[in-house]
Design a protein around this ligand. Structure first.
Ligand code: PLP
Length: 399
């Protein structure tokens, strides 16, 4: 079903994705529709991006208003939506200043660049190493795939960018290696998304934070998948009692409008000055209009309470499935970023669910990833559980 080469070979689009044989043309809330009008329940949210559901009215209205006025003007001039979004992000995080870009990879590029430049220019030491973790995913640009702790992402792209070391994730003893390495920064996901929906252990994060503080190492969190309400707080770091020096975000920030950003502490932001970094489209009036509407909606409504309520509900339903089907080994994740660890090919489950008009994802070969929009209802969760139940039943029969 995936690897639809008949499509990729006959279209002018490069075959960089294994696409499912579905063409989506419309979305609203938790649902999307294909060209024939067939409806699908979307529990992928465009991979943790359409957090307010598809085509949310609050964002649509704000972007439509901006479309009437100014689409683009370059960062040589002040952009009110950019100022407003930066103010919202800093008022609701531990950071003080924001740099805007267009994607997650670019946000991590900015994080890596600010860490190096802060080390060089502000701290005045030459330690520019960035430590990341095994199974991590930080993007597809040369620097971010070099930062990524997965060989399959790096294959064929040598030479990789120097300056990265990888430590085992959730391994407290291995953290001791940080001290002699004296890196400029550590970059981590608080729930490894692409790597298999693996939450960081709180005690491990606490130790990491302490080592960073004691050794003048920047703590940078990649919240590209976990941020913007996905885990039940605006940022996942809030659940770990830490105050990162740099937070990278993208995906959910624009509700589907391409935008990325880093939020940095004032001291670290000194690493950048006029001319040291930039992007033509970064923080463009349209993208930041979408960002302002998205973040305003999340913080001015009870949406995060709703996320906590429905994610507990989803969890309880998934636990029931686990009790029934031995092929399910574990349920893990945070908030509405859930992983079902299975003792079988996760892709087969995703394909069967698709045949039942439910969109879900994999995260590696043995994890099914579920990412409903934050606005998901219990009825929609029941619908998803129903399809999963039928999927596991048919697999049991086939076994
Ligand atoms: C944790 C994390 N970091 C970085 C990225 C890269 O983001 P983008 O695809 O927008 O470049 C992703 C994308 O899945 C991600 O999940």
């Amino acid at each position: 079903m995936v690897n639809d080469t008949s499509v990729s070979l006959t279209t002018p689009v490069m075959a960089t994705y294994s696409r499912f044989p579905v063409t989506l043309v419309k979305g609203k809330g938790s649902y999307v529709w294909d060209e024939q009008g067939k409806q699908f329940l979307d529990f992928t949210s465009g991979i943790a991006t359409c957090n307010l559901g598809h085509v949310p009215d609050v964002v649509k209205e704000k972007v439509e208003e901006q479309l009437q006025n100014l689409w683009h003007c370059s960062n040589l001039y002040h952009i009110p939506n950019q100022q407003e979004l930066a103010a919202l992000l800093t008022a609701n995080s531990c950071g003080d200043q924001v740099f805007f870009c267009n994607s997650g990879a670019e946000a991590n590029e900015a994080a890596i660049k600010i860490a190096r430049r802060y080390a060089n220019k502000v701290k005045g030491n030459r330690s520019t190493e960035v430590v990341t973790f095994q199974q991590s995913f930080h993007g597809r640009t040369l620097a971010t795939l070099s930062a990524t702790g997965q060989e399959k992402i790096q294959q064929g792209f040598s030479p990789l960018m120097p300056g990265f070391s990888y430590l085992p994730f959730n391994d407290e003893e291995a953290l001791e290696q940080l001290i002699p390495l004296k890196p400029a920064a550590v970059l981590l996901e608080l729930v490894q998304g692409e790597g298999g929906v693996i939450p960081a252990n709180p005690s491990w994060v606490k130790k990491l934070d302490q080592i960073c503080k004691d050794n003048n190492i920047l703590l940078m969190v990649d919240e590209i998948q976990t941020g913007i309400g996905r885990t039940g707080t605006l940022f996942a770091y809030e659940q770990y009692s830490i105050e990162p020096d740099v937070i990278s975000i993208a995906k959910g920030l624009g509700s589907g409008f391409p935008i990325g950003a880093i939020i940095a502490k004032e001291e670290v932001a000194k690493g950048f000055e006029p001319g040291s970094h930039g992007s033509t489209f970064g923080g463009n009036p349209l993208a930041t209009a979408a960002g302002v509407a998205t973040v305003t909606h999340i913080i001015n409504t009870q949406l995060l309470d709703h996320v906590n309520e429905v994610s507990t509900y989803l969890d309880s339903k998934l636990q029931v499935l686990k009790g029934k089907y031995p092929v399910i080994k574990d349920i893990r994740g945070k908030g509405l970023l859930k992983g079902i660890v299975v003792e079988t090919n996760a892709l087969e489950i995703v394909q069967t669910a698709l045949a039942h008009q439910l969109l879900i994802l994999t995260a590696g070969p043995n994890v099914v990833r579920i990412l409903p929009p934050l606005i998901v209802t219990k009825t929609e969760i029941n619908e998803c559980i129903d399809v999963l139940e039928r999927t596991f039943q048919s697999m049991e029969k086939g076994a």
